[in-house]
Design a protein around this ligand. Structure first.
Ligand code: DGP
Length: 134
């Protein structure tokens, strides 16, 4: 546990949260600054700063809990979709440096824009990027 980390304290139950799911590895709770009716954070109990540090086992578990939260949003709130979003690193707009996935409930005509369609960077050569990555 990182003593300076707010999500460590929430994950370990030292700070109260609106917890929806908890087991020995993961906690899921409501985001304090929701962008939608149904904005949930899924975090590991152990401190990992971001995806680059997190074990595959923990990521698998988080993924399964994200799915549980998606079903909660659909079945209890009537959401018709969800976005599942992670920011890893300051340049990716991460603000709390304890790994977390946002599960955001979506509704028809909710006017949220959490996606990037329509804003491609035309200067990027996709084949060149492929050659760098493969
Ligand atoms: P990100 O930008 O991906 O690092 O998102 C951090 C999120 O964490 C942001 O949506 C607000 C939420 N958050 C920050 N502090 C607290 C807190 O103390 N409690 C809860 N429930 N959420 C928090």
């Amino acid at each position: 546990m990182n003593e300076d980390c707010i999500f460590c304290k929430i994950a370990m139950g030292e700070i109260e949260s609106y917890t929806l799911y908890e087991d020995e590895i993961v906690r899921a709770f409501l985001d304090v600054s929701p962008v939608s009716k149904g904005h949930i954070l899924v975090v590991p109990k152990k401190h990992y700063e971001n995806i680059f540090e997190t074990s595959d086992e923990v990521l698998e578990k988080i993924s399964i809990v994200c799915k549980k939260m998606a079903f909660l949003c659909r079945d209890k709130l009537g959401a018709t979709g969800v976005n599942i979003i992670n920011a890893s690193g300051k340049d990716a707009q991460q603000s709390v440096f304890h790994l977390h996935y946002h599960v955001v409930a979506r509704y028809g005509n909710d006017e949220l824009d959490l996606w990037f369609h329509g804003k491609p960077d035309e200067s990027i050569d996709v084949k060149e990027v492929y050659n760098l990555l493969k």
